[in-house]
Design a protein around this ligand. Sequence first.
Ligand code: ZN
Ligand code: ZN
Length: 198
Amino acid sequence: MTDTRIFHGDILPSDIARNIIAHFNRGSFRVQQIGHDPKIAIQISTHQHARSGGQTALTISIHKLEDGVSVQVGRQAWLGVAASLGVTALSALRNPLSLLGRLNDLAQDIESLKLNEDIWMVIEKTVRQHGAGTELSDRFTRYACPYCHTANQAGESRCIACGAPLGDIQPQTCPHCGFVVSTLEQTCPNCRVRLAPR
Ligand SMILES: [Zn+2]
Ligand SMILES: [Zn+2]
């Protein structure tokens, strides 16, 4: 199970990474970052299961987008994370966390820890602090009328110059996950939330 959300605005992966590390790198958690902007992965594991031979881990992958970041929280094998960041398998193997392999044990542990929820809470707080969010930012709130090419503000139902209807071309986002959706879609293709009629 992975959950992907997109936040639009002036925010970098490292902004989110810093806050996640500050929040979780204490107590029974162990947190580790791989990579730098524009692509960062963070793995959070618990010590408590190490003794019984397993270890709990969640991976948070944060990628810079043209106007914001995409954040994915889920379970991913360490080597998979390394590969997606272009880290060689050899350097991943030098890392002690590369031995995490018992992914089957993880689901219940993670649920009982409510770790997932806490992670999203920290991420969303960071996003708000940077004035970013699931809505498209100002940079994308103007777009050209397809008929006369006059710039219009987002939200205009008709072109201010020629009066052409603009409803169908307006960029919109899912209020839950920030995915850019078309006016024809009734459910979000990313998170499956039902979208209000527009
Ligand atoms: Zn026009
Ligand atoms: Zn969505």
